[in-house]
Design a protein around this ligand. Structure first.
Ligand code: SF4
Length: 626
C-alpha cells in the first residue's frame, strides 16, 4: 500500500515505519502504544497517518495534550500539512484568561476554575438576570462564524492566533471554538476534555460524534496513569476547611440538617483531621482505616449512614445556593462549602473501590481517598475507534498498556534517528541520594556538592542541575552553593506561578552559559525544549524515587497484586522515565550535542537509561566539549 503523500517534510530514517504502523492500526481500530525517540517527529507522523486513516469516514482526530506548547506544536504541524490538503484544526482550551475576555482583566475571575467560570458564563449568556449579558457572546453571528471557518482553513492558527482573531472580531474565543468543532478534522485539547465524564459528553456532542468515531491520540502518554489516579482522588485539606469555615460565617452559618449548621460540619471535619493526625500519623502520610471518616461522622453526630448522606446533600445545596448568588452578581461563583460537600460525598461512595485512605501532615494537613487504579477513568478509551499512546519515554510498553487495560494493543519502540555520539550519559559510583547516605554525617552530601560545583564550573556551557526534590535543592541553596558557581543562576521554585517560571526559563535561554536549578519530573524537565546551545550539560543529582510513605507502600502492594511488579510499576519505572525526560532536554535536533552526568551509583542497576560509569566526571565533561 502506498504511503500517504501528506507528510510535509523529507522523511527521516524510521518515520515511514511509524506512519505505516499508525495509519494501519487506526484503520483497523486498534490501540497503539509506542515509544518514539527524539527526532522521530511523533506529532507530525501521528497527525499525517491518522488523517489518512480517517479520510472518507465520519471519524475525527482528537489530540490530547498536557501543555499549551504541545497544542502549539500540533497547530504548527497541521499548518504544514495544510499546504498539501485543506483541513481545520481547532485548538480547544477550557474557559480561562486566554479564552474568556471577561476574565482576562479581572483579578477575581482569573483565579476561577473552569467549572466556576462555566457557571458564571451560563448566566451571562442568558442575560436574564442583573448580571447582564456577555457582549462577546452576543456578537457571535452566523456571518462571523463563517468568516472564522474561512480563517481556520486558510491560517490553521495556534491557540494564540485563534484567540487574537476572535478578540479582533469581538467574539468569545471559547464559545467560538465550541462552534468550530463541528467543522474540525482535528482538534487538540487538554486531557480534561476527554477524561472528565461530563465535559467529555459535551465535547463529543460539539464535535458531532460518539466515542466510536473518535481517534484519540495521547501525547506525553507516560503521564496518563498518574493523571487518571489523581483525577479520581478526593482530598480535604486543613486550609480548605479554614476557607469553608469563613464562608459559612459570612453566610450566616446556615442549618444543613436538623439543628446541625455548616460550621458544625466544618468543625467536625477539623476535629476528625486533627484526631487522625494524632492517632495515625508517623511519616509524611499514613493510612487510616477504610471506613474511618464515615464511622467518625456517625459517632460524632449520632447519625446513621442515610442521615449522613442526607446531611451532605443538604450541605451541597447550601454550597450551590452560595455559588448561584455570586454568579447572579457577576462574581466568581466559588463556594468552599460546595467543594467540601462534593469531596465528602465522593469519599463516602468510594469506600469499596481501589482506594487507600490517608492522613497527611506538613504545612497543609489533609485527609485523602487516593485512587490506586486508573482503569475506571481510562474506560472511555476502550470505546473509541482507535487510540494512539505516544511518548519519548514510555517503556516498558506492556506495563503501560496493562495499567490502562488496553485490549490487544500494538506495542512498538522507535529509537531516535539522531547520531548516537551526540549524546553521552554517564554516572559516578561514589554517591547516591539514598536517605541513609544523605544523612550519614554529611560525607556523601559534601561529595554531591563538590561534584555539582566542579562540574558546573569546569565548562562555560548552558547547564541544568536537576534535583530529585525541592527540599534537596533548597538545602543546596541554603548551604550557599549558588555563591560558588561562576555564572548566573535561574530557578524553578516550589509552587512558582507559570508566568514567573517562564520568565526564568526565557532569561536562561537568552543567557548562553547560564545555570538552571530545576527538579527532575518538574515542569521544566518534562515540558520544555532547549534546542542548540540553550542546554548542553545536564547534572542529575540522584534518582527521583518518590519518598517512602503509606501512599507509596499502598501503591506498591496494589501493583504487586495486579501486575506482579509492585516496586517496578509504582517506583522504579516512574523514576526512570523522569531521568530520561531530563536527559531528553539536551538533544532536540540532529545537530544538538549534550552530556548528562548522573550523581548516583544506583543508576547502574536501572534499565533504559544507558549510562556508563566514569571515575572522573569533570574530565569526561571537558573531554566531551574539547
Ligand atoms: Fe466569557 Fe462571555 Fe465567552 Fe462566556 S460567553 S466564556 S462569559 S466571553
Amino acid at each position: 500500500m502506498s504511503l500517504p503523500n501528506l507528510f510535509p517534510y523529507p522523511y527521516r530514517p524510521g518515520q515511514e515505519d511509524i506512519v505505516r504502523l499508525v495509519r494501519d492500526s487506526v484503520r483497523n481500530g486498534h490501540h497503539i502504544v509506542m515509544e518514539s525517540g527524539t527526532g522521530t517527529g511523533k506529532t507530525s507522523v501521528a497527525l499525517v497517518s491518522s488523517l489518512e486513516a480517517v479520510s472518507g469516514t465520519p471519524n475525527k482526530i482528537i489530540f490530547l495534550t498536557r501543555t499549551k506548547s504541545q497544542q502549539r506544536q500540533i497547530s504548527m504541524e497541521a499548518k504544514a500539512v495544510s499546504e498539501k490538503t485543506e483541513l481545520i484544526c481547532v485548538p480547544m482550551q477550557g474557559r480561562g484568561p486566554s479564552t474568556c475576555p471577561l476574565v482576562q482583566n479581572n483579578r477575581e475571575l482569573s483565579g476561577g476554575t473552569s467549572e466556576e467560570l462555566s457557571r458564571l458564563c451560563e448566566v451571562l449568556k442568558k442575560g436574564n438576570t442583573d448580571a447582564g449579558r456577555c457582549a462577546y457572546f452576543e456578537a457571535i453571528t452566523a456571518e462571523k462564524l463563517e468568516s472564522c471557518v474561512s480563517f481556520m482553513r486558510s491560517s490553521v492558527p495556534d491557540p494564540e492566533g485563534f484567540r487574537d482573531f476572535c478578540i479582533v472580531s469581538g467574539i468569545c474565543p471559547y464559545e467560538t471554538s465550541k462552534r468550530m468543532l463541528q467543522y474540525a478534522d482535528v482538534v487538540s485539547a487538554p486531557y480534561a476534555f476527554f477524561f472528565i465524564p461530563n465535559i467529555r459528553q459535551h465535547f463529543l456532542e460539539w464535535l458531532g460524534i460518539g466515542e466510536h468515531n473518535a481517534v484519540v491520540i495521547i501525547d506525553e502518554a507516560h503521564n496518563l496513569p498518574s493523571y487518571l489516579r489523581e483525577l479520581d482522588t478526593y482530598r480535604v485539606t486543613a486550609r480548605s476547611l479554614e476557607l469553608t469555615m469563613n464562608e459559612a460565617e459570612d453566610n450566616g452559618d446556615p442549618e444543613v440538617y436538623e439543628g446541625i449548621t455548616a460550621k458544625d460540619v466544618v468543625t467536625m471535619m477539623q476535629d476528625i483531621l486533627y484526631d487522625a493526625q494524632t492517632e495515625f500519623l508517623v511519616r509524611e502520610n499514613d493510612m487510616i482505616p477504610q471506613g474511618y471518616l464515615q464511622e467518625e461522622m456517625m459517632g460524632r453526630l449520632g447519625m446513621n449512614t442515610v442521615d449522613i448522606r442526607n446531611m451532605l446533600i443538604s450541605l451541597l445545596g447550601v454550597g450551590e445556593g452560595i455559588a448561584d448568588a455570586k454568579r447572579l452578581k457577576r462574581k466568581l461563583p466559588r463556594s468552599h462549602i460546595l467543594t467540601l460537600a462534593r469531596a465528602m460525598i465522593s469519599w463516602t461512595v468510594c469506600s469499596d473501590g481501589p482506594y487507600v485512605f490517608l492522613v497527611s501532615g506538613g504545612e497543609n494537613p489533609a485527609l485523602e481517598a487516593y485512587c490506586l487504579d486508573p482503569r475506571d477513568m481510562a474506560l472511555p478509551l476502550l470505546e473509541c475507534r482507535s487510540t494512539v499512546h505516544m511518548s519519548g519515554t514510555l517503556e516498558p510498553l506492556s506495563l503501560y498498556a496493562s495499567e490502562l487495560d488496553l485490549f490487544e494493543p500494538e506495542l512498538r519502540c522507535f529509537p531516535s534517528p539522531f547520531p548516537k555520539e551526540n549524546l553521552k550519559v554517564c554516572y559516578v559510583q561514589d554517591v547516591s541520594t539514598k536517605y541513609d547516605e544523605l544523612n550519614d554525617g554529611g560525607e556523601t552530601y559534601e561529595r554531591l556538592k563538590d561534584y555539582v560545583i566542579s562540574l558546573v564550573n569546569c565548562v562555560d556551557r548552558s547547564t541544568a542541575v536537576f534535583f530529585p526534590s525541592y527540599s534537596l535543592m533548597e538545602r543546596f541553596i541554603s548551604d550557599n552553593v549558588p555563591a560558588l558557581l561562576n555564572r548566573e543562576i535561574y530557578y524553578e521554585r516550589r509552587d512558582m506561578p507559570q508566568s514567573e517560571l517562564m520568565e526564568q526559563v526565557t532569561e536562561f535561554r537568552c543567557n548562553e552559559g547560564g545555570i538552571l536549578f530545576a527538579v527532575t519530573g518538574g515542569r521544566i524537565s518534562e515540558g520544555l525544549d532547549f534546542p542548540g546551545r540553550e542546554l548542553e550539560l545536564a547534572i542529575i543529582v540522584g534518582i527521583p524515587y518518590s519518598r517512602p510513605s503509606a501512599k507509596q507502600d499502598a501503591l506498591i502492594r496494589y501493583c504487586q497484586t495486579r501486575y506482579g511488579k509492585g516496586w517496578d510499576t509504582a517506583v522504579k519505572v516512574p523514576a526512570v522515565r523522569k531521568i530520561r525526560q531530563a536527559i531528553g532536554r539536551l538533544i532536540r535536533s540532529e545537530k544538538d550535542r549534550g552530556i548528562a552526568v548522573i550523581l548516583d551509583r544506583r543508576v547502574g542497576t536501572l534499565d533504559g537509561i544507558g549510562a556508563v560509569p566514569v571515575k572522573d566526571p569533570v574530565e569526561e565533561v571537558k573531554r566531551f566539549f574539547s
